[in-house]
Write a protein that binds this ligand. Structure first.
Ligand SMILES: [Zn+2]
Length: 464
């Protein structure tokens, strides 16, 4: 039996939020000094004081640390790691127009390099499960989804591969170049093949697939409807972008005479099997509908700030009981790439918008963990430290210069500088230890992604 004991650490279980109530005051049991026992990929004990004796177990001294659930990323575009640092002052539309011609030169090797680098960065920031929304499939560009799945297996994170799509190109009034769009029937067939090849429905799955057209305003209405039908026939989840910018809201009013959320609902896209990215420009009715239908929102506060999109109404969404998780969004719209930093950003953004009681540190941690699990439909498996759940655990060092003398470990983690990760386990297996990635060499990953980014840039320049 493979056993690991962590003891002597503070523990924030986040076990009080499974029903979807993330309040400022109480997000679950906490222990000032407690323990965890991980056996065969699951949590078999969690509580106060020293751990029970477990024969043959490896024991980790958690003194000075806080144990939390592994963080869950609910919206990312790993391929965008190839184009970080560009279009620095562009709004969403200008940013996209700059980057699309480069992305059109994506291939499996370049995507693999970006995905490994992005996943390693996520792991080092305490992330144990990630939803990668991949909507860019250049014609003849090879099996990009397989490259992403391979990268996640190598780095050791749980992956929700969201098979995205674009079916409206420049020649028919869309923004993306035609050579990154696909025919609707091709998209649906390729998405079904991806589900059949990679989706694992079982408990503790390391790979799941979701159906994820890019956004309701960048793909056809038929593709949105048929994507929903496909997902429901195959029993997988649905993901897309929604209400990211004010422009999208105005476009929707002009074109359809309704809000983006109302339009999405008219397509059959609100429900407990759906989560959307951003939700910045939602009105009161939209927030209520998301909450009532159990539609999740991936909150990406750094990306929203970087692109000047606005601040999502997270306190209102939580009050409406909508599942809310955190996302980096693409590293090209964030340039940090770590997930832990989004907890701090979400707290500060909410307070900048609505005052000092808008979001507590415990709510930010709960959004980053159980909120994310609910978005991915995995609240019974991950997102909190409870007996029987998957052994996805982050152990953060909080007795160093950056965090001393903050007495509240949750506040120190969320609001202090990025904490050193002493341990990250996924299904009980160490992915990070002592601040170091165990599954790959970060220097080699950095070299690979630099080379891949240069090759992408050169290929796109030669095609102009
Ligand atoms: Zn996005």
């Amino acid at each position: 039996m493979d056993s690991l004991v962590i003891e002597g650490c503070a523990v924030a279980t986040v076990d009080g939020t499974a029903a979807g109530v993330i309040t400022a005051a109480d997000t679950g049991a906490e222990y000032e000094s407690g323990h965890l026992v991980l056996q065969d990929g699951r949590i078999t004990a969690v509580g106060a004081g020293p751990a029970p004796t477990v024969a043959g177990a490896r024991v980790v001294d958690g003194g000075g640390c806080l144990a939390t659930p592994g963080l869950i990323g609910t919206h990312h575009h790993l391929f965008q790691g190839l184009t970080r640092g560009q279009a620095q002052d562009g709004s969403l539309v200008r940013w996209l127009a700059t980057l699309y011609p480069q992305w059109a030169r994506l291939d499996p090797d370049r995507h693999g390099a970006a995905a490994r680098a992005g996943l390693a960065t996520l792991a080092l920031s305490g992330c144990s499960a990630i939803a990668d929304h991949h909507y860019l499939f250049p014609r003849g560009g090879g099996d990009l989804l397989a490259a992403g799945v391979g990268a996640a297996r190598q780095i050791g994170l749980r992956l929700h591969a969201c098979r995205g799509s674009l079916d409206i190109g420049a020649s028919t009034g869309g923004l993306p170049p035609d050579d990154v769009t696909e025919d609707r029937d091709e998209i649906l067939a390729a998405t079904e093949r991806a589900i059949d090849s990679f989706h694992d429905d079982g408990p503790g799955a390391m790979t799941r697939v979701a159906v994820a057209p890019c956004a309701p305003f960048t793909v056809s209405e038929q593709l949105m409807r048929e994507s929903a039908e496909l997902a429901r026939r195959k029993g997988v989840r649905l993901h897309t972008h929604l209400a990211e910018t004010r422009d999208e809201h105005d476009f929707c009013q002009e074109r359809f005479g309704c809000t983006p959320a109302e339009y999405l609902e008219s397509l059959g896209w609100l429900g407990g099997d759906v989560w959307v990215a951003h939700g910045v420009h939602l009105d009161r009715v939209g927030i209520t509908r998301l909450g009532k239908t159990g539609t999740g929102v991936a909150h990406c506060p750094t990306s929203n700030a970087r692109l000047g999109a606005g601040i999502a109404p997270v306190p209102e969404l939580l009050a409406a009981r909508a599942p809310v998780g955190l996302g980096v969004d693409g590293a090209a719209a964030n340039d940090n790439g770590g997930l832990a930093a989004e907890m701090r950003q979400s707290l500060l953004a909410a307070r900048a918008r609505q005052g000092a009681t808008a979001l507590s540190a415990r709510q930010a941690l709960a959004v980053a963990t159980m909120g994310g699990a609910r978005c991915l439909g995995r609240q019974d498996e991950i997102g909190s430290l409870e007996v029987g759940k998957q052994a996805d655990v982050a152990l953060w060092r909080l007795d160093d210069l950056g965090h001393s003398p903050i007495a509240d470990p949750v506040w120190a983690l969320v609001c202090g500088p990025p904490a050193r990760l002493e341990l990250l386990t996924v299904a009980g297996l160490p992915v990070v230890e002592g601040g170091q990635l165990r599954t790959a060499d970060p220097a080699a990953l950095a070299r690979e992604v630099r080379d891949a980014a240069r090759a992408l840039m050169a290929a796109s320049a030669s095609r102009r």
